[in-house]
Unconditional design. Structure first.
Length: 322
C-alpha cells in the first residue's frame, strides 16, 4: 500500500508474525529504470527482512522487464509482485494498474517479459488484480488463465471491480471461481478481511490457498499474528487495550524517525494515529491533537495522557479503515 507499507511498518508487522510475506510500497517500473531517488528510498529493506518482496506496476512490457531484471541482478529482491489492482484514476488513465487486464494481449506480453527477467535469478513473480474495470467488463478468470500459462507463481484477486474502489462488499464467489479456473497455481483472496475469522471463512468458502490483507492491517499490525493463530487452529488473542496499542504506536514512530528524519516521520505518522485509535473511545479533541503531532516527544506526552485500560468497543475490529 502506497505511503503505508514502508520498511518501518513492515518491521512492525514482522514483530507479530515473522514468517509471512510483507510487500513493500508499490513502485513504478519507469522510476526504477531511471533510478529515481524517491523510488530508491521506497525500495529499502532492512538487513533481516526475508523475503524481500517488491511490488511494481507499469504497462510497458519492455520497461517492466528491465526494471525487474535490474533489481534482480542487483540481488535486492526475493519476490516480485506486479500490481494490476490499483483503481486510482492517475494510474488507470495511463493504462496501468487495474486497466491492464482489460487488454489481454498486453497483459500476456507484460507477464512473459516479467517472468523472463526474473527466472534467471530464481525470483518468483506473482500478480494482484481485481475482478475487472466494472461489472460489464469482468476479466479475472481470463487474467488468471493467462497468468498460469505464462509462469506466474501465484495470483491474488481483490474481489471488487476498479469502479467500486473499496465500496460495497467484496465478491468472495469470484475468488472461488478463479480458484476453480486455475487449480494448478496458488490463488490468494483479498477483500473484507478485518478479523482473523474472516480469513478462515474466506479460505473455507472459496477454496483459495491463502489471503492478502490490505486495509484491515492499518493501525493493526497484530492482525497478522491473529491470522497465524486462527489458520493454525489456535485461539486468537483478545484485542489489545489502549495502553498496548499505544506501545505499538510509539515503537512504530520510533522506527519511522531514522527512516525519514523526525519532522517528515511525524507528519507521516499522523495518519497512522487515526487508524490505531479506530474502534477505541478516544475523544475528538484528543484525536485532533494526535493528528497534528510534530515531534516524537510530543507523541510520548500525548500518549501519557490516555487511560491505558480502555478497551475496544464491541465490533470495533470491523470498522473500516483507509
Amino acid at each position: 500500500m502506497a505511503g503505508v507499507t514502508n520498511a518501518p511498518f513492515r518491521t512492525m508487522c514482522r514483530s507479530f508474525a515473522p514468517g509471512l510475506v510483507y510487500v513493500n510500497e508499490m513502485v513504478m517500473a519507469t522510476a526504477v529504470v531511471h533510478g529515481n531517488l524517491k523510488t530508491e528510498r521506497m525500495m529499502t529493506f532492512t538487513a533481516d527482512e526475508q523475503p524481500r518482496s517488491l511490488q511494481v506496476y507499469g504497462s510497458d512490457p519492455v520497461i517492466l522487464g528491465e526494471a525487474i531484471r535490474t533489481v534482480c541482478a542487483q540481488g535486492r529482491v526475493d519476490h516480485i509482485d506486479i500490481n494490476f489492482g490499483c483503481p486510482a484514476a492517475k494510474v488507470t488513465r495511463k493504462g496501468g494498474g487495474a486497466a491492464v487486464p482489460a487488454k489481454p494481449n498486453l497483459l500476456r506480453a507484460i507477464l512473459r517479459s516479467a517472468v523472463a527477467a526474473a527466472t534467471p535469478y530464481g525470483v518468483p513473480v506473482t500478480i494482484k488484480f481485481r475482478k475487472g474495470l466494472y461489472d460489464s467488463l469482468l476479466t479475472y478468470v481470463t487474467t488468471g488463465r493467462i497468468a498460469a500459462e505464462e509462469g506466474i507463481a501465484a495470483v491474488a484477486l481483490h474481489a471488487r471491480t476498479a469502479e467500486q474502489h473499496y465500496a460495497g462488499l467484496a465478491d468472495w464467489n469470484a475468488i472461488g471461481e478463479l480458484k476453480a479456473a486455475v487449480p494448478e497455481i496458488p490463488v490468494l483472496g483479498n477483500g473484507d478481511i478485518w478479523e482473523a475469522a474472516d480469513a478462515v471463512r474466506m479460505m473455507r468458502e472459496t477454496g483459495c490457498d491463502g489471503v492478502v490483507v490490505g486495509r484491515g492491517c492499518l493501525g493493526r499490525p497484530w492482525l497478522f499474528r491473529d491470522l497465524v493463530e486462527a489458520l493454525n487452529g489456535r485461539p486468537v488473542p483478545p484485542a489489545p487495550t489502549l495502553g498496548e496499542v499505544c506501545a505499538v504506536m510509539a515503537q512504530h514512530a520510533r522506527l519511522l524517525v531514522p527512516h525519514m528524519t523526525e519532522p517528515i516521520a511525524m507528519r507521516d505518522f499522523r495518519k497512522h494515529t487515526s487508524w490505531y485509535f479506530t474502534g477505541y473511545p478516544v475523544g475528538g479533541e484528543v484525536r485532533r491533537q494526535f493528528s497534528s503531532v510534530s515531534t516524537y516527544t510530543e507523541l510520548e506526552d500525548l500518549i501519557a495522557t490516555l487511560d491505558p485500560a480502555i478497551t475496544i468497543v464491541e465490533g470495533g475490529e470491523r470498522i473500516r479503515r483507509g
